[in-house]
Design a binder for this molecule. Structure first.
Ligand code: IVH
Length: 669
């Protein structure tokens, strides 16, 4: 059979599979028997095994076995379920610890709670008055889905706890997973154990979930009404006492060297364990320190996942393409012959930058080893020179951006070297490649979060001239969209709705959505806290007085240079102005009714035993606000060691109360 015919047969089977999947799992009205459905899946999988060139994102081999039902009720987690930062080596761990000490402004003796990172699906169990009331999936971290009945089928999950110490209101969090030996029995239906757990948990009918032997290991708490624990390890012990399963390989270790040693041993041992794991989690054991350290927008500062080394495979470089990112960076990408690495079919691998290609001498046609670790983009490790064709030529990195502009390499004043990354100078929306990436960023989850307007849709709308700038999103031609393939009344209605909902946005998200280089979600928060509202932000970008941001802890020369560069382009300023009239940009809302509500603070000088970042976060946790300039709006100037005299004098002349760190402590009780 020729290649095209095989592909045709394969695609027809995939189409059939999608149809029956929908009937069975979404509409609950199967039109073929289970045996016929299983046969269809097996046929697809065996075709894929036989012919390496067959690939579909809808393959039963890649997907969760089937698409789960969409009909679960939503649940807002009382405490968000965040992810973990990753470490791959000792340097990453040293860096992690350094950041902690900086934040706490002091070196502590740190003990770590070390826990195997099971590669399953996290779940949150709410117990009220000792009874399991809700079992919820992680969802997007803020809102999950109520899957209580399905979770109740797991024998490791206690439905009721008869222990007098058990809190009255607590969210217990842990991992749902399937053991390797149990997975073997159902391996034809799912790509890997993780997918088996996920698919099984999202069944409409809990009797389906019950058919698959799932396990639950508990490892942390979300909300807790009364926490008497001093250490994470104490909490883990109590979990066991209350009747939860905890990991028998949990450990307490005193320093990075011990962590590395343990990791090395465990990396080999992991293949003998009866569950899949992708690394170890290190958590600061002292819960008081954890509490002080708090969270960044997506992960705790007090924990890190130390990943095991990645899976790798041999393949061939078919082409090298240049991709342009949102900030103009030109990234070379190797298009490779599709290869399965640890259950995922990989056909692209990043080559990082021009210098990396030169250093490794990677050429089109080469046989290379590529590596894939967790959710990190696969990359080329090395070339097998013995397999190189004699007529192969060195890859010449283009000097021009695909948009036609000349690219530049920036000079780094600190390292006194030119950057390895070649960039298309950010001309706002003039470079088509940058513009489209900026649009994708604008609609992304942490920015305006417009459901129904994913990356692919942006590309399609771009090609059809429906969307060229962020403002266009609010004037889409729906008459044209409804005519497009794959669109219908309902999907257009959904899109309209989510665009309408996205109009209400916080100043932080809005600043982040602009996609300014070096202004990620954390820096956007710092700027938004300082600006308070969109009007003052617009005034500032018009006057270009970005140097005032130097007062903000965490914002430095790099960010200011980038802001100046971005707003030196009039069209970027206009986009902000136009968007501000289309959106409802919410000023910073100070949380809650804490003890410092309505009071503003500014810090000067070095504080004792606490960093300025932590002091500010403490004020904010208690509903106060922090300012970075002395003005009549300021209530308190907190003075540390070697305070700036000018600031103290300014405060005195304005009659602002000047207090010490001790006095702030008293205000906080
Ligand atoms: S702590 C905010 N502990 O890893 C703290 N997570 O990348 C996050 N995981 O979604 C959770 N074992 O699914 C924690 N011992 C462990 C864990 C663990 C596995 C998973 C969990 C989480 C993901 C974060």
């Amino acid at each position: 059979m020729i290649k095209n015919e095989i592909k045709k047969i394969y695609n027809l089977k995939i189409k059939e599979y999608i149809k029956h999947n929908k009937h069975y799992y979404e509409k609950s009205t199967p039109i073929i028997t289970d045996a016929q459905f299983d046969k269809l899946k097996k046929e697809i999988v065996s075709l894929e095994k036989k012919y390496y060139f067959l690939k579909s994102k809808n393959s039963p081999n890649l997907n969760v076995g089937y698409k789960p039902t969409k009909s679960f009720e939503k649940y807002e987690h009382k405490v968000p379920m965040l992810s973990l930062a990753n470490a791959f080596n000792k340097d990453d761990l040293i860096n992690f610890e350094k950041k902690i000490f900086n934040y706490l402004n002091k070196n502590f003796k740190i003990n770590y709670s070390v826990e195997p990172k099971i590669d399953g699906i996290s779940a949150s169990l709410t117990y009220i008055n000792k009874k399991l009331v809700y079992g919820v999936s992680r969802g997007d971290g803020k809102t999950g889905e109520i899957i209580t009945e399905n979770l109740k089928t797991i024998k490791d999950i206690p439905l009721e706890i008869n222990n007098k110490d058990f809190p009255n209101n607590i969210e217990i969090r842990g991992e749902v997973f399937i053991k390797k030996k149990d997975f073997l029995k159902i391996k034809d239906k799912f790509a890997n154990p993780r997918n088996a757990a996920s698919g099984s948990l999202r069944q409409k009918d809990f009797r389906e979930t019950k058919k698959i032997p799932l396990n639950f290991i508990a490892y942390t708490f979300g909300y807790i009404d009364k926490n008497n624990h001093r250490y994470q390890s104490d909490f883990l012990n109590d979990l066991a006492k209350w009747g939860f399963k905890i990991n028998r390989d949990n450990k307490i270790l005193p320093n990075i060297d011990e962590l590395i040693k343990f990791h090395k041993n465990f990396e080999n041992k992991r293949f003998d364990l009866d569950y899949d794991l992708d690394g170890l989690v290190y958590k600061i054991n002292d819960l008081n320190l954890q509490n002080r350290l708090g969270f960044t927008s997506n992960a705790p500062r007090w924990a890190i996942a130390h990943k095991f080394s990645a899976d790798s495979a041999y393949t061939k470089v078919l082409n090298i393409e240049i991709q342009v990112g949102r900030t103009g960076a030109l990234t070379p990408v190797a298009k490779v012959e599709p290869v399965n690495i640890g259950g995922v079919v990989v056909s692209n691998a990043t080559l990082h930058n021009e210098d990396e290609i030169k250093r490794k001498d990677i050429r089109i046609g080469d046989t290379v080893t590529i590596e894939r670790a967790g959710d990190v983009i696969p990359h080329v490790i090395s070339v097998d020179f013995s397999k190189r064709r004699i007529d192969s030529k060195k890859f010449i990195f283009p000097k021009k951006c695909p948009c036609g502009y000349d690219t530049i390499k920036e000079f780094n004043k600190v390292t006194k070297k030119f950057d390895s990354v070649r960039r298309c100078p950010d001309r706002g929306f003039q470079c088509e490649k940058i513009a489209i990436e900026k649009l994708k960023h604008f609609i992304s989850k942490e920015a305006l979060n417009i459901d129904g307007l994913g990356k692919k849709v942006v590309e399609k709308f771009w090609d059809l001239n429906l969307l060229k700038k962020p403002q266009d999103i609010f004037f889409l031609n729906y008459d044209k969209i409804i005519e497009l393939e794959g669109w219908g009344e309902q999907s257009v209605k959904n899109l309209k709705n989510s665009i309408e909902n996205s109009k209400k946005v916080s100043l932080q998200r809005f600043i982040y959505s602009l996609g300014i280089r070096h202004i990620g979600i954390e820096n956007a928060k710092l700027i938004s806290d300082n600006m308070k509202n969109i009007t003052s932000f617009i005034d500032l970008i018009k006057s270009k007085q970005f140097d005032t941001f130097l007062n903000i802890d965490g914002i430095g020369e790099t960010q200011i240079k980038s802001l100046k560069n971005f707003f030196s382009n009039k069209s970027n300023t206009n986009i902000v102005i136009e968007l501000s009239s289309l959106l409802k940009i919410e000023s910073q809302i100070l949380n809650g009714n804490g003890i410092l509500k309505g009071k503003s603070f500014m810090f000067t000088g070095k504080l004792n035993g606490i960093s300025r970042a932590e002091a500010k976060s403490l004020v904010e946790k208690n509903s106060g606000s922090t300012l970075s300039n002395v003005s009549k709006n300021l209530d308190y100037l907190v003075v540390g060691e070697k305070a700036t005299k000018k600031k103290v004098e300014q405060a005195k002349s304005l009659g602002i109360e000047i207090i010490s760190q001790e006095e702030l402590k008293k205000l906080l009780n």
